[in-house]
Design a protein around this ligand. Structure first.
Ligand SMILES: [Zn+2]
Length: 360
């Protein structure tokens, strides 16, 4: 009888353990070796302008960044300034995105200015915002101080809209009043002599012409007719009470409003001449103004359908601090079907949409 040899379990277990450890440790070691060994070669082979890019492309540790900078300096691939800026920003505690932004986008003067500021974690969040402009940093911080409930994103786009400035006083002229997507508000003024070239008379069927013949830009009018016809098929009826207004006419309306209600109240509801969307020939006040409320069936229909005809509800209660106007459930604005659809889907005020997706 052959005696079966008892297997050496102890040894087998030991071998399995060692194999397992090697399987984990060796690849880690190899990966690190290649990265460390190949890095100078990698850096040497790229053009000077690409060096900073590559430094931020790979996720290096702080020590690796320091070693790399030292290597680049020794090989004259980077100057003293850049090296020192990177090290200083890093030691202040800024993340790679911030360091990258500062090195790539700011000039020497601006970098010195940035370095003189105390570390602020919020700077990193501001810099990550698509609309961030370095020269507006102080304005962001001041606005943030006054509006502590707003997010960084809300602060940045509001500064882009100049909401921290004095309305009517610090305004700029719009450059493209003929563009159907143009934004006008208390900070963006329409030139006094602007008059749309394609104004058309509105038909009595769609407008109250009993005081004066209402006019609108051709494209906006055609879409309005289409919208009225369709809404009437659904049993909902509205028409235009006011449409295009000249600068002079807006002036009369505004002065009347001020005379009857006082300046402050007037600014909430009426636009100063030069600042009304009605001067673009793209805005309509629907009738009957006082019956078109957010609770009415007209408003419900428009909320659901207006964008399909290129119209947006321009002034809502939740946007009052952005638009600068009290909610107007009767005021609609033509921006074209494509833009109106996008604005509708984003659920944004036109100010926010414009600054994020049209102006920039
Ligand atoms: Zn209006």
């Amino acid at each position: 009888m052959i005696k079966k040899k008892k297997p050496n379990y102890k040894l087998r277990r030991k071998i399995a353990k060692i194999t397992l450890i090697l399987l984990i440790v060796v690849p880690i070691f190899l990966i690190n070796q290649t990265k460390i060994l190949n890095f100078p070669l990698y850096i040497t082979n790229i053009k000077y302008t690409g060096i900073i890019d590559s430094l931020f492309e790979v996720d290096f540790t702080k020590k690796e960044v320091k070693d790399t900078l030292k290597y680049l300096k020794e090989n004259e691939r980077i100057n003293d300034n850049t090296k020192n800026y990177i090290l200083e920003l890093d030691s202040m505690g800024y993340n790679k995105n911030t360091i990258e932004y500062v090195i790539k986008n700011l000039n020497k003067e601006q970098i010195t200015e940035f370095l003189s500021k105390k570390y602020n974690k919020d700077y990193e969040k501001y810099i990550e915002n698509d609309l961030f402009v370095f020269s507006k940093l102080e304005r962001y911080l001041n606005y943030q101080n006054e509006h502590k409930d707003l997010s960084i994103d809300e602060i940045v786009y509001r500064i882009e809209l100049n909401l921290d400035k004095t309305y009517y006083e610090d305004s700029e002229f719009v450059k493209n009043p003929d563009d159907i997507t143009v934004l006008t508000n208390k900070y963006l003024e329409i030139p006094e002599d602007y008059e749309p070239e394609d104004l058309v008379d509105m038909d009595d069927n769609y407008a109250n012409n009993s005081y004066r013949q209402l006019k609108l830009r051709k494209e906006a009018y055609e879409k309005f007719v289409e919208m009225c016809d369709d809404s009437r098929e659904d049993g909902v009826n509205f028409y235009a009470e006011s449409a295009y207004r000249s600068y002079e006419y807006q002036d009369i309306l505004y002065k009347n409003y001020v005379y009857n209600n006082g300046q402050e109240e007037a600014n909430k509801y009426a636009a100063k001449p030069g600042f009304s969307e009605h001067e673009l020939g793209l805005a309509i006040d629907l009738a009957n103004i006082w019956t078109i409320t957010t609770k009415g069936e007209e408003y419900a229909w428009l909320s659901k359908n207006a964008y399909k005809y290129g119209y947006i509800i321009r002034y809502k209660e939740e946007w009052e601090d952005i638009t600068g106007y009290a909610a107007e459930s009767w005021h609609i604005r033509y921006v074209g079907v494509e833009t109106a659809t996008k604005v509708y889907k984003k659920g944004m005020s036109y100010e926010e949409y414009y600054i994020k997706y049209i102006a920039n």
